[in-house]
Design a protein around this ligand. Structure first.
Ligand code: ZN
Length: 199
């Protein structure tokens, strides 16, 4: 039996989301149909509004409503340090810790030869431009995940940045190898930043 067209479309849409297989997509699609009309409209509006109203900050690459983002626009933040992360959600995780008051730079990925991702596919060139422009910046803290790709990306950035006489550090390995920032608790993150080492 074929699903009616609107349900089939909904299932296809859910399957485009990460980590959602066919079974889950079918369950979500049928659940959506069972929801109140108002709730479905709210849900659809939230999806469209999030996509329409959010952009990437032209300075740091973080997701923001306004450009530059509130972190880049806040001149009271420590302008000497920038933490380089893989994803916007890593910025949120580190900000929740409330212990770091410097700047950020979001790469939107890592170098991955297997996936054919090179330096031009992630947000690296804008980091270099930023370092040239902002003479106050004196330390780049690399907080890519402790995966082989994250480590390779850290080394790559380090080699690019060091000749500019800027200190390059890496989060301490309080984070287990292969672990993601988003799963670390606040204390572990704080210790990882405190114990960062020059590379
Ligand atoms: Zn920004």
């Amino acid at each position: 039996m074929q699903y009616p067209e609107p349900i089939a479309k909904l299932i296809d849409s859910y399957m485009k989301l990460p980590g959602i297989g066919e079974k889950t997509a079918i369950r979500l699609a049928f659940y959506t149909i069972s929801m109140d009309q108002d709730d479905v409209v709210e849900f659809a509006k939230a999806l469209v509004a999030a996509k329409k109203n959010l952009h990437y900050c032209s300075i740091c690459g973080n997701i923001t409503e306004n450009d530059p983002c509130t972190i880049c626009a806040d001149k009271s933040r420590d302008q000497t340090k920038v933490i380089v992360v893989e994803q916007s959600k890593d910025v949120m995780t580190l900000e929740k810790m409330r212990e770091y008051h410097g700047l950020y730079h979001v790469l939107h990925g890592v170098l991955s030869p297997i996936e054919g991702k090179g330096p031009e596919d992630i947000n690296i060139s804008s980091l270099l431009k930023r370092l040239q422009k902002n003479t106050e910046l004196s330390e780049v803290i690399i907080a890519t995940n402790a995966t082989p790709e994250g480590e390779a990306t850290a080394m790559y950035i380090s080699r690019l940045v060091k000749p500019a006489d800027i200190k390059v550090t890496r989060l301490a390995h309080g984070l287990a190898v292969g672990s993601d920032i988003e799963y670390a608790d606040e204390m572990t993150l704080y210790k990882a930043i405190e114990g960062r080492q020059e590379i």
